[in-house]
Ligand binder design. Structure first.
Ligand code: ADP
Ligand code: MG
Length: 184
């Protein structure tokens, strides 16, 4: 399937999830994240304000209690990590962002997405914000956050697509091309 078709297919599938499904899967995914060694070591993490049934990184905010927490804010073609604090305002993409921006240096980034593959490639909403961000910030460790059903075998990457360092879902951790089944 082409990128655009995968995007459409997986957005449609995710849109059908109930609030309860989003909540229970998010709890499982974020519990897996909280046990990840990179997550545990990180001091400053950028998460995201979920939209359209994305797995919710806020489902248990206690896991960030010893970390600096930031969320992205768009500036033209770029995103910038801004300290997570009220007030927030809905951006042109329908995503909440802090009104001001206290810019933060991060060592870890939780990356939302529409579809992922076992080689750590990702399809987003099609604007390339995370590709540009991760290309510029190579020392930032990136963890794709998704549901099991969003993981496919192969996405045909384009030259600008940046590979993630890891993907975490309810039952899988993918790292270095290997899929660990946590439920086994
Ligand atoms: P997404 O990753 O959100 O699914 P795409 O990978 O399809 O989106 O990228 C969307 C657009 O962003 C593409 O047209 C691409 O040219 C642009 N883009 C991505 N990364 C870069 C980059 N590093 N520099 C310039 N343009 C980029
Ligand atoms: Mg891309």
């Amino acid at each position: 399937m082409e990128k655009q078709d995968l995007r459409k297919f997986f957005l449609k599938r995710r849109d059908k999830l109930s609030k309860e499904e989003v909540y229970s899967a998010s709890l499982k995914i974020m519990d897996n994240v909280s046990k990840d060694s990179y997550f545990i070591q990180s001091k400053s993490v950028m998460i995201y304000m979920p939209i359209r049934n994305e797995a919710d990184p806020f489902v248990n905010i206690d896991i960030y209690k010893d970390k600096i927490l930031s969320v992205p804010k768009t500036y033209k073609e770029d995103i910038m990590p801004c300290l997570y604090k009220e007030p927030l305002k809905v951006s042109k993409y329908g995503i909440k962002e802090p009104v001001g921006c206290e810019e933060i240096n991060i060592d870890l980034c939780l990356v939302p997405g529409v579809c992922f593959d076992k080689h750590l490639y990702r399809i987003g909403f099609g604007k390339g914000y995370y590709d540009r961000f991760l290309k510029k910030h190579k020392s930032v460790y990136s963890i794709g956050i998704c549901y099991d059903f969003q993981i496919v075998d192969d996405i045909e990457p384009e030259t600008h697509d940046v590979r993630l360092n890891k993907i975490i879902s309810e039952n899988y951790v993918i790292e270095g091309g290997y899929r660990w089944n946590l439920s086994l």
